[in-house]
Ligand binder design. Structure first.
Ligand code: AMP
Length: 249
């Protein structure tokens, strides 16, 4: 079985994101980029499936500008077997990503696609669900455990207030959550080996997919600055302020 893992290049989670002066988006120039953290978890899970003998090939695919090949190389250094880069603008929308992934699925015929539950830049949490709908495949979202046996997969889903255990038919889309595993680091020898692993490059045109945006970003704003705190003298004053000023009790 092949496992397809879409990996997105996003602003590194340690970077403080700045909005562009014209409010058209966030500043990307000279900003450290990295693989979306949920996608690292997806790559790790794919490698574990291969190591357990459930999968025999792990393919990492990234959609975006030429620099996304670095993100694919990171997945290859973790242990993925080969990569596919699809040239596209950085801000491509989830629906277009899902359509491109559907075309890759048609070419590669994977048994499972392990997608991050959400990209930490757009926080859309849409791509996996859209891909499942376009393919007509089962989906297990927010997975914190995954077990594949024959043509079924058992997924434990992290839902509000608990865990939901479901069984779905394969082939399937599984979107991975934080507690599924702890991704491995790429060792130096593996980083060197990754440079020689196969990486194909395609365009949306090659796959016959229209990636024209369907949404218009009206403007992007910084969150409101937090007001300065105050010190209260005693509990009575605190209760009075919570009651009469903040009006929360
Ligand atoms: P989103 O729906 O944008 O929150 O993204 C959810 C997941 O879809 C990500 O964690 C990735 O696994 C995948 N994905 C989204 N955009 C891309 C992209 N440009 N290239 C590769 N994978 C992507």
């Amino acid at each position: 079985m092949k496992v397809l893992v879409p990996v997105k290049r996003v602003i590194d989670y340690n970077v403080k994101v700045r909005v562009k002066a014209d409010q058209s988006g966030v500043e990307l120039a000279n900003v450290k980029m990295a693989m979306n953290p949920f996608d690292e978890i997806a790559v790790e899970q794919a490698l574990r499936l291969r190591e357990a003998g459930t999968a025999d090939e792990v393919i990492a695919v990234s959609i975006g500008p030429a620099q996304n090949q670095e993100t694919i190389r990171t997945a290859l250094a973790m242990g993925a077997d080969r990569g596919i880069h699809i040239e596209a603008p950085h801000d491509i929308e989830p629906l277009a990503v899902a359509k491109l992934l559907k075309a890759v699925v048609a070419q590669e015929n994977p048994g499972i696609v392990l997608v991050g539950k959400q990209a930490i830049d757009d926080d859309c949490n849409q791509t996996g669900q859209m891909l499942a709908a376009l393919l007509g495949w089962a989906q297990g979202t927010f997975a914190s455990a995954l077990e594949i046996a024959g043509d079924k997969a058992k997924v434990i889903r992290e839902v509000d207030g608990g865990l939901e255990h479901i069984e779905i038919n394969m082939p399937a889309i599984v979107t991975v959550d934080l507690r599924l595993n702890e991704p491995r680091y790429a060792s130096l020898p593996n980083i060197m080996k990754a440079k020689k692993k196969p990486l194909d490059s395609l365009t949306a045109g090659d796959l016959g997919v229209d990636i024209a945006p369907r949404l218009t970003i009206v403007k992007v704003e910084e969150p409101a600055a937090r007001a300065a705190g105050i010190k209260v003298g005693d509990v009575q004053e605190l209760v009075s302020k919570l009651k009469n000023e903040a009006k929360v009790i």
